[in-house]
Design a protein around this ligand. Structure first.
Ligand code: GLV
Length: 385
């Protein structure tokens, strides 16, 4: 057995998060839909891409930075919107925006965050991104957009793959969706005292545990479950590209459509006025059995060419994954679970360390594939046999 004194990789932090978090919270972040086949494919498909080692090139200066929407980032990476992050670490979204700021990469706040857009804005040194779903009540959509704008957000990530919520069996087993008998309720409650470090740091000192962006919209809600029921009712399954055109008219910042997984939909997103798309299967949490984000990236890039900014997510765990995604056609990637695992395990400092590790992985992998600039990353760095 190794000593493992210092966590380094996403998997290391995942292991620590698993120990620290109550089971239902860990599973909510960690799990996917049905048999989690797509969740696994997101990770495995990155691993099957072989890099081509190149030597004797001048790699004395390797630059991982890139430009996205006119902004220079230290690397082509965005912290993806994740709901409930403030349940995993104390005021989690605030810690995350600070760590992203230190790494000079963007943070994207979820609609269903614990910290409100205003609380995050107070902690942020520069504009962060905001994510939204289409809600039945378009008045709420407008009101949330106005708040995001007032908080300085210029980039809106609009999620389109959650018209119905995927079936996540781990959440069902844990009773996250209800249905617990009295013994189940007792056993679930026991998870909190069984995780005292989390209980003290987050459960007690991290309050209030409400959805900060929605508290004035659901005034009678007393618990996360009340909010969840409201949100589930608010997801609008009748939403079409026409609604995206409506959104385009009322949002004058960048509009980034997240949840595209085929070339046809990518084209429709561009026609509806998107400035960018995120190739995504929602981290394997929606339709299990679909292709991974990395498998679809070159196919969608072939269709869109250089007309639109292309982002991707799903399975990004390392700096090497980032260069594989960029070489496959993405301008940048979003990374979800690893930032929450890291924050849950070791807080803001842990996330800052992990982001540094990712950057050095990128630098070393670029150097050993003979690449010195992100703009040079293309399929020539792959060993295709
Ligand atoms: C919400 O976006 C979720 O995946 O739980």
């Amino acid at each position: 057995m190794t000593l493992n004194l210092i966590p380094v990789t996403a998997q290391d932090y995942r292991g620590l998060a698993r120990k620290r978090l109550p089971r239902n919270l860990f599973d909510y972040i960690d799990g996917g839909a049905y048999t989690e086949t797509t969740l696994a494919a997101n990770v495995n498909d990155f691993e099957t891409i072989q890099l081509k080692q190149r030597v004797m090139r001048d790699i004395s200066s390797v630059n991982t930075s890139t430009k996205l929407f006119g902004e220079t980032l230290d690397m082509p990476l965005v912290l993806a919107p994740i709901g409930l992050a403030g349940m995993m670490a104390r005021r989690g979204e605030v810690q995350a925006v600070k760590a992203a700021g230190a790494a000079n990469i963007p943070f994207c706040l979820s609609t269903v965050s614990i910290c409100s857009v205003e609380e995050v804005a107070e902690a942020a040194k520069k504009p962060f991104w905001f994510q939204l779903y289409m809600m039945r009540d378009r008045g709420y959509v407008k009101a949330l957009l106005a708040r995001a704008k007032r908080a300085g957000c210029k980039n809106l990530v609009f999620t389109v793959d959650l018209a119905v919520v995927g079936a996540r069996y781990r959440d069902m087993r844990n009773g996250m969706a209800g249905g617990l008998n009295p013994w189940g309720k007792f056993r679930a409650a026991l998870e909190y005292p069984l995780h005292p470090a989390w209980l003290f740091d987050v459960g007690i000192k991290g309050k209030p545990h409400m959805f900060g962006n929605l508290s004035n919209l659901v005034p009678n809600a007393k618990s996360i479950t009340d909010f969840k029921n409201w949100i589930d009712e608010q997801f609008d399954p009748s939403c079409t590209w026409k609604d995206i055109e409506w959104l385009r008219d009322i949002w004058d910042g960048n509009l980034i459509i997240k949840g595209i997984l085929c070339p046809e939909d990518a084209k429709s997103a561009v026609s509806a006025g998107a400035d960018a798309i995120v190739i995504s299967n929602h981290g394997g949490r929606q339709l299990d059995g679909v292709s991974s984000g990395i498998a679809m990236t070159p196919r969608i890039k072939d269709t869109l060419g250089d007309t639109t900014t292309i982002l991707m997510d799903g399975g990004v765990r390392s700096g090497q994954d980032i260069i594989k995604a960029v070489a496959s056609g993405a301008d940048a990637v979003l990374m979800g679970r690893p930032w929450v695992w890291t924050l849950a395990a070791k807080g803001q400092a842990g996330l800052e360390t992990y982001l540094n590790t990712i950057k050095s992985e990128m630098r070393v992998s670029m150097a050993l594939t003979g690449t010195t600039n992100v703009s040079e990353l293309n399929q020539k760095i792959f060993d295709t046999g």
